[in-house]
Design a protein around this ligand. Structure first.
Ligand SMILES: *Cc1c(COP(=O)(O)O)cnc(C)c1O
Length: 427
């Protein structure tokens, strides 16, 4: 028995077959059909424990960034474990509340909060709005006053730090749409302090995603702490510092720090600067869920051509867009180990009518028609980014708990897809 994902329980090869906990992947593919998302409860609980283990004497809170994977069953596990949620829309607010979260367990991020989004969040009494512009401060102030409430706010500052990640998932550089520039932050806080509908609560930053080194986090933390000092000097006191999410995972050969190491390093930064008493907030998404899920797919055809071998599978960019959107290298394994002798180099592609519809390129695989392949690391930004392009129905999701498989989202049907549309009357 060998773990497929180093350091994380839940997925292993037993006698040449891939298992999720105690159930063979092949069995799951037969029972629930493919493409299929499979999550391990043991892996989820392992990651939750990792993030919850704090630093002695220093309070920290973990708000799961649910855009990584918003399935209610997962949210429910997180809520029961005492995690909060980082949300970016009224839809995510409704999901968090449905999973049993209280307003006080929710921080609300995002650059484009509408009046109705803000109302819903104030109604729910969220813990904090992470505000990204001065017009947004004005709007939240006005909405709060109209509801005779006070909104707790943080400013999301843009520390202009290079997170050394893919440009599409880098958010802390000055040409990104996110946050308030470092230079304007103190002025913005002073404006906020004068608004009667607002209460200043904290400061926030989030510099990007899939960050695999500590250095950019530490660099950003010190810039945030410079601001905390400057605000302190202005008599503006904060009750927390939010260092955002962004911790990377090992998809191929990356060696990201552990959650523990990140928490320890940033706690150390805060202590050095005399702010060790302030609770630190974190907003991890990917690092909580990526390695807890796999995407199973069936091989439809093997198609050799003069230039390339194609392995055509029944999953597509509509199920997992990371390879084509972010040039992400996602690992693929055959659920039944075949002898290396049969291995060939393939582009693994889906049925969608786009050349960008691929799951992996130039991958050496020993594979036959009808085999089940598993994409590892698919628990984050997989199902949550799925679409209906080409009228494909979105995949089912199952959560495995030892020898039990719970269907946590049934496969979408074509009737589900058409239910939202109407035809013109016949005239
Ligand atoms: C996406 C996002 C996160 C989570 O990022 P991960 O890389 O998945 O950890 C946290 N906070 C904000 C504001 C985000 O936009």
């Amino acid at each position: 028995m060998s773990d497929v994902i180093p350091g994380i329980p839940g997925f292993s090869f037993r006698g040449g077959a891939l298992f999720c906990e105690d159930i063979a992947a092949e069995k799951l593919a037969q029972r629930f059909q493919t493409p299929l998302y499979v999550y391990s409860r043991a892996a989820l609980e392992h990651n939750i424990a990792d993030w919850k283990r704090g630093i002695e004497g220093t309070p920290h809170r973990v708000f799961y960034a649910m855009k990584a994977n918003g399935n209610l069953a997962l949210l429910d596990l997180f809520a029961r474990a005492g995690l909060g949620f980082d949300i970016v829309s009224a839809g995510e607010l409704a999901r968090a509340l449905a999973a049993g979260a209280k307003g006080q367990d929710i921080v609300y991020s995002g650059v484009g909060k509408s009046v109705s989004d803000i109302k819903a969040a104030l109604q729910a009494d969220v813990c904090c709005f992470n505000v990204e512009s001065i017009p947004e401060l004005d709007r939240i102030n006005a909405v709060a006053l109209s509801m005779e409430k006070k909104a707790r706010i943080s400013l999301r500052v843009n520390p202009n730090v290079d997170a050394k990640t893919h440009p599409y998932i880098s958010t802390g550089l000055k040409n990104n749409k996110f946050g308030i520039s470092f230079e304007c932050a103190v002025e913005a806080y002073k404006k906020a302090a004068a608004m009667p509908g607002l209460v200043i609560s904290g400061i926030d930053c989030h510099i990007g995603s899939q960050i695999t080194e500590l250095a950019p986090f530490i660099h950003a933390a010190h810039k945030v702490l410079d601001l905390v000092e400057a605000l302190d000097a202005e008599g503006i006191a904060l009750d927390h510092i939010d260092f955002g999410g962004g911790l990377g995972v090992r998809y191929a050969d990356e060696e990201p720090p552990k959650a523990q190491e990140l928490i320890a390093a940033l706690t150390q930064c805060a202590k050095e600067r005399g702010f060790g008493h302030l609770p630190l907030y974190f907003e991890p998404g990917r690092s909580l869920v990526a390695q807890t899920g796999m995407l199973l797919m069936r091989v439809e055809y093997l198609k050799p051509t003069a230039a390339k071998n194609f392995c055509i599978v029944d999953a597509a960019m509509t199920d997992m867009i990371r390879p084509t959107l972010y040039q992400a290298q996602m690992r693929l394994v055959n659920c039944i180990e075949r002898s290396e002798g049969a291995a060939l180099e393939y582009d693994v592609v889906g049925p969608v009518c786009e050349s960008g519809d691929f799951l992996a390129k130039n991958r050496t695989l020993a594979v036959c028609e009808d085999d089940i392949l598993a994409m590892t690391g698919a628990g984050a930004y997989g199902m949550s980014m799925a679409s209906n392009y080409n009228a494909r129905s979105r995949a089912a999701e199952v959560l495995i708990d030892a020898d039990k498989a719970w269907l946590i989202r049934r496969r979408e049907t074509i009737e589900d897809q058409m239910a939202l549309e109407s035809r013109l009357p016949q005239v």
